[in-house]
Design a protein around this ligand. Sequence first.
Ligand code: PLP
Length: 395
Amino acid sequence: MLNEKNVKLGKVRSSIRELYEYGKKRKAEIGEENVYDFSLGNPSVPVPEAVSNALVKLVEEGDPVSLHGYTSAQGDFSVRKSVAENLNARFKTKLSADCIYMTCGAAASLAITFNALLNSGDEVITFAPYFPEYKVFVEHAGGKLSVVKSEEDTFQIDFTALEKALNKNTKAVLINSPNNPSGVVYTEQTVKRLCALLENYSKKRGEPVYLISDEPYRELVFGGVTVPFVMNYYSRSIVCYSYSKCLSLAGERIGYIAVNSEAEEWAEIYAGLCGAGRALGYVCAPHLFQELVKAVSGKTSDISVYENNRNKLCSALTEYGFTVVKPDGAFYLFVKSPEPDANAFADRAKRFEILLVAGDDFGCEGYVRVAYCVSPKVIESALPSFRALAESYKL
Ligand code: PLP
């Protein structure tokens, strides 16, 4: 008998993927330019020239044996050192190479972290709307995902709801800012309040609650907004990072986990990551791409494209009568459904050849997500259809 749970999981495609597949089929039927596909968070901006150049240089000038050979399970030492130094320079932390574990993207960072921290029955609290894979990763690590609603309109943390949710089984709180799917960035006030609450709660309980920050969109912020770095506010914190979005390297699978050296038991946490990585087979992230991220440390792709898309889409949709959540980062816009059932709204949008994902998939009913990481041309050509969609609701 096979593992029924995994067989079942393997047979259900996420509704985002389902919609993406529908989009591909529809494009083949009526032409690529006539379908406005906002389903998937796949970066549309090319990798920076510095990335292409560094890649060519590595392949042409690097040692062809070691470049494609194994590194240490947790990643090459000089790569981890460069990640630690970059974080220290930006955030005044005191991380060493031994606080960094190189991974195959944020998905692996999260899966390893949950497996390192959780015992059977432990709970991880996160906030709706949230990235749906969290539930899969937490449950696979033997834990339970507990979802707490966010404040209405601002989508910052609802602290009353959080206080109610904290309990003796809470092992960690997981945040994601800039957020997928709302695009909201937590203010410093929110982060400070969260950390103070967790500090007090941990003290009272006599056992720590860990803070995990999933931040693949850290650099994608607009209009001078900054993303507070959790390690500056909370000692028992772990950052799960990825180069998928900021360098448009989603298909190359490269990221890292950083453990805060201020945590009393940081070395134990790190050992837990190494053990979990080993048990999951997440060892030695692709060596070529480890070297690449070291070579282009501090670079990002041209995020002005996303900012322009956001500005155009936000102002047009607001003008047509839609209500949107103000996004300060990532490349998603959360739009209030004009009817109570966001799935019905997404279905109606489909009739206008606009592909949107219902918020239900992110644990938040009544909204749809627009992934605007598309070419500016797609935004431009989609606007008349958005207007017609609004008119169909008499907005
Ligand atoms: N976390 C969030 C919030 C995401 O949106 C994504 C991908 O879209 C991931 C994690 C996984 O990222 P990666 O491609 O680096 O595995």
